[in-house]
Structures are given as structure tokens and as C-alpha cells.
Design a protein around this ligand. Structure first.
Ligand code: MN
Length: 247
């Protein structure tokens, strides 16, 4: 199983979650919301080759944590993965939109100078601007739109930019989410939970709950669960191979 967007460090007992992921042989992209969280969060995954830790600066924290961009620029050389980054256009975050734009574009430019990263991107109510910045910074790396909830027209634009998508149980429960996923190129789709923020049956979702997304994908793609798992595994290999190995 693959959880390509999970906040391991934000669970009440992160080490118990890490242990269970290891027991289940899960592949996890552990994303962070601030550069200063990266070291501690990557230590959680020490010794587990299947858990990778991304360095991020969440758009909701852009105003508060923009002072950590210098730290981002230093630490970005220690990992191939960047996230959670992006833009958030909801009313709570609109007041510091300028800061969000500065932070997101700074990060994309840093990634481009560093040779390109795998990017896990938040685009809630901001997908048009996210896509404009991705188009302007194509050498930043391989963008993965996490929990994409934009319009079909924006999805078409994302497809033109050869974006990837990580989709989870919460997204696949909605009709609109399923419609979007049905139009995504199947070889660009991976699974995620966005735990512990997303909910699953009235509790915080856990990485292995991605099994539910696999079942939903089987319905959408009209494939067996086993075939879906094979496709996701080959997508993950492709994603990781796409990127130049870092020294
Ligand atoms: Mn998230």
C-alpha cells in the first residue's frame, strides 16, 4: 500500500504509526508543514527505506513561517521530496495571499536551482494560481497535486502540465472527486490519506486506510483490486525513476 501524503509527525503517537506502517510494508511520503519540523520528522523514519520525508512549508503557515525559507533552502539538498507546499484560497488564508505567493514561488525556484524535486502540492480553492506558478517554474520538478478539488477545466490544464495526483478516501467519497479521478490519466494517480487531518469513519484517518481508496479506484477504473495495486506500484516506480538521483 502507498500513502503519498501523510503527516506522520502530527499523530499523537507517531512512532506507533511508523511501526504499523513498517509491519504492513507500506510506502509512505511523510510530509511536513514547516522546515523546522523536517529533521525531527525524518528521524521518525530512520532505518525504514519505504518511508521518505518531504520538506515543506504549508500555505496556511506562509505568513507565520516565511522566516524559515532560508532553512528550507539549506535542508532541501538533503531530500528529493518537497511538501506540503502550495496555495490556499479559502477565506481564512486569503488575507495573507501575498505571503503565500512569495513562499510558494520561492520554494519552486529553490527546487529548480537544486535540480528538481518531487513536489506534494496543496491547491484548495487556488488551483488556477497553483497551475500558473507550476507552468512558470517547470524545472522545479515533478508536481503531485494532492487532494485536487478544482474544476474540470483546471484538471485539463494540469494534464497538459503532466501533473501527478494523489487521491484519498475522503476525496473518493464525493461524486465530484470520483468524476475528477475518472478523468485523470491512470498512470499519474497514486493514493494518499492526508492523515491525521482527513477523517475516516469519524476518526482520524490512518495510513493503511488507503485500502479504501484502492477499492474505490477499482470501481472507477473497472479493474480488480489486485490490478489496481499493480498499477499503483508501477506508477510509484515511474514517479521515483523520473527524478534524477541525488548525490
Ligand atoms: Mn496535508
Amino acid at each position: 500500500m502507498i500513502d503519498l501524503h501523510c503527516h506522520l509527525d502530527l499523530y499523537p503517537q507517531p512512532s506507533a504509526i511508523v511501526e504499523e506502517c513498517a509491519r504492513r510494508n507500506m510506502y509512505v511520503l511523510s510530509v511536513t508543514t514547516t522546515p523546522s519540523a523536517w529533521k525531527g520528522t525524518s528521524a521518525l523514519a530512520a532505518g525504514n527505506e519505504r518511508i521518505r520525508t518531504a520538506i515543506g512549508l504549508h500555505p496556511q503557515l506562509a505568513q507565520q513561517r516565511k522566516g524559515e525559507l532560508a532553512q528550507f533552502d539549506e535542508l532541501v539538498h538533503e531530500t528529493r521530496y518537497v511538501g506540503e507546499i502550495g496555495l490556499d484560497g479559502t477565506p481564512e488564508c486569503k488575507p495573507f495571499w501575498e505571503d503565500q505567493m512569495v513562499v510558494f514561488e520561492h520554494i519552486l525556484q529553490t527546487c529548480a536551482r537544486a535540480g528538481g524535486h518531487i513536489l506534494s502540492i496543496h491547491s484548495r480553492r487556488a488551483e488556477k494560481d497553483v497551475l500558473v506558478l507550476l507552468e512558470r517554474n517547470r524545472t522545479a520538478g515533478t508536481p503531485i497535486l494532492h487532494w485536487f478539488s478544482g474544476s474540470l477545466r483546471s484538471l485539463e490544464q494540469a494534464i497538459r502540465l503532466d501533473c501527478w495526483y494523489s487521491v484519498g478516501p475522503a476525496m473518493l467519497r464525493s461524486q465530484k472527486g470520483r468524476e475528477l479521478v475518472g478523468r485523470m490519466p491512470p498512470d499519474r494517480v497514486l493514493t494518499e490519506t492526508d492523515g491525521p487531518f482527513a477523517m475516516f469513519s469519524d476518526r482520524a484517518i490512518q495510513p493503511w486506510d488507503v485500502a479504501d481508496a484502492v477499492n474505490r479506484l477499482a470501481e472507477i477504473w473497472q479493474l480488480t483490486v489486485q490490478k489496481v495495486e499493480q498499477r499503483l506500484a508501477s506508477n510509484l516506480r515511474l514517479l521515483v525513476q523520473n527524478e534524477q538521483p541525488r548525490s
